[in-house]
Design a protein around this ligand. Structure first.
Ligand SMILES: *Cc1c(COP(=O)(O)O)cnc(C)c1O
Length: 379
């Protein structure tokens, strides 16, 4: 029986509210006219605030990875060196794309463990055109020290590329203040729009450093040229209904206010961690003074005595979908998102279902302690 009411508590895509869904179902309109240009410009204006930048924003029709490829593909030629940092699945993607376009010097750490800032310093010392890293490593639920790496990039004259896909719209992002050259986000994560769009921002220094042999579909200079038309446009036909949906989602972000929204996200993650604490579930990532637990997703070890399939399958039977681990973490960890327009009730419901499953498997004695611990963080 499909009741279409599964509570999606995964770290993207996240549920979209009816307002956003309705915005998507308007009659079709062209992408070279006033109507599209107005929507595009308003999206870009709000997104610039969420990125904390005065630089221009461009929106690519494609998922977040399209922007990663745009960032690296426009900056890195085959003889260029890029330092890439990996402590999770998405850092690995930066390494892979870096290698595809140029020479990636890979700093690789066990997923969910801290990166070594001295190693970053040393790698940049050898000379690199750019360095790329993930702000919030969604696969491992660890938030990486982007400000520290930005300082090191500046010290060595390297451009800094930041994957802010699961922080823009849910956590603090200060592109200009931190000195980030290229940053990008994905529509299906914290702003709670449907998947399919990705926004990217580019500094003056990055524009000046772009290679001649740029990707065709993802040529950022083509995006800049079309973006300055009146009405503003994208180079090729964009996912028009997705832009209408994104604008509505961004208006909702503005109505809530970024301060409140960030607080709500951090409370959501704190609630899951508090529940894990009393339920005897270990948090997966290892943090130190420079790293922290993610505010938008929480990763936990699957407890002894239950399998991934049982844990997530039985939650799904209760109409709640959570995530497992990616790649070698599959079967070892599970993840609960606190991302988008979730409510305190969504968090409580999720924790309650988790408790019911653990109780059924004899892993906890009482039901309700996790909910109580979570609720204290949500008040
Ligand atoms: C979701 C995500 C991406 C992009 O994935 P897509 O499937 O291309 O949208 C990249 N980096 C991080 C940190 C993510 O969470």
């Amino acid at each position: 029986m499909n009741l279409e009411n599964t509570l999606l508590m995964i770290p993207g895509p996240v549920p979209i509210v009816p307002r956003v869904q309705r915005a998507m179902s308007k009659p079709m309109f062209g992408h070279r006219g006033e109507e599209f240009g107005t929507i595009y410009d308003e999206c870009r204006e709000i997104l610039a605030q969420l990125f904390g930048t005065n630089n221009e924003i461009f929106i690519i029709s494609g998922s977040g990875t399209a922007s990663i490829e745009a960032a690296i593909g426009n900056l890195i030629g085959k003889d260029d060196t890029i330092v890439t940092i990996e402590n999770g699945k998405f850092g690995e993607r930066l390494c892979d794309i870096g290698d595809r376009y140029g020479r990636a010097v890979k700093l690789q750490y066990e997923w969910g463990t801290p990166i070594d800032l001295d190693a970053v310093d040393n790698a940049l010392e050898q000379g690199a055109k750019a360095i790329a890293m993930v702000h919030n490593e969604t696969s491992a639920a660890i938030r990486n020290p982007v400000e520290k790496v930005a300082e090191l990039a500046k010290k060595h004259g390297a451009l800094f590329i930041m994957d802010a896909i699961t922080t823009v719209g849910g956590d603090t992002v200060l592109v200009d203040e931190w000195g980030v050259d290229i940053a990008f986000m994905g529509s299906q994560k914290c702003i709670a729009a449907p998947p399919g769009l990705s926004a990217i921002t580019v500094s003056d220094a990055a524009w000046d450093a772009m290679v001649d042999n740029r990707p065709y579909y993802l040529d950022l200079k083509a995006y800049r040229k079309s973006g300055s038309n009146n009405p503003s446009q994208t180079p090729y036909t964009p996912g028009v209904p997705l832009f209408s949906a994104m604008l509505e989602a961004l208006r909702i972000v503005q109505e809530e206010g970024m301060e409140k929204r960030k607080h709500r996200h951090s409370q959501g993650a704190a609630a899951v961690r508090a529940a894990a604490g009393v339920l005897g579930i270990e948090l997966f990532p290892t943090i130190d003074q420079y790293h922290s637990y993610s505010n938008t997703v929480t990763a936990m070890n699957i407890p002894q005595g239950i399998t991934d399939k049982q844990l997530r399958g039985e939650m799904l039977d209760m109409n709640i979908q959570i995530s497992g681990g990616q790649a070698h973490l599959k079967g070892k960890i599970f993840r609960i998102g606190s991302m988008g327009n979730f409510t305190a009730t969504d968090m409580i419901t999720t924790i309650c279902a988790l408790e019911l499953v653990l109780h059924r498997h004899g892993l906890i004695d009482n039901i309700g302690e996790g909910v109580e611990a979570a609720y204290k963080e949500l008040e």
